[in-house]
Design a protein. Structure first.
Length: 115
């Protein structure tokens, strides 16, 4: 089966939050993505460390992240309109229960809950 190159998104490799600080709308998009990614990492940690009942909600969050990524990849990069905005795989401490608890590992909390 041949590769459909027209279906491939072209974005600047390894984008970071700081790349978009001067572009408010794009920054909000990438920060939302990165925050959701961070929440997903925390949820996965919780699933495997004492809260297996949250597995299905975490799986749903993983699929939601796919939707977020597609939205980014369909948004022109304000730094260069020839490219799309790529997903920012950064850890956002304010979106992490673990970071907010200063590294304490308990309690595990349901996805989307702020402590």
């Amino acid at each position: 089966m041949p590769i459909e190159w027209g279906s491939v998104y072209d974005f600047v490799p390894n984008p970071t939050l700081t790349d978009f600080e001067n572009y408010t709308e794009a920054y909000e998009l990438v920060k939302s993505f990165a925050s959701n990614y961070t929440e997903l990492l925390v949820a996965l940690h919780n699933v495997f460390n004492g809260s297996p009942s949250s597995y299905f909600n975490t799986l749903a969050a993983m699929h939601d992240l796919t939707t977020w990524a597609e939205a980014l990849l369909q948004t022109p990069d304000p730094r260069n309109a020839s490219f799309a905005i790529g997903p920012v795989w950064e850890f956002v401490p304010s979106a992490s229960h673990h970071a907010m608890r200063e590294g304490r590992t308990r309690p595990t909390v349901p996805l989307g809950t702020r402590v």
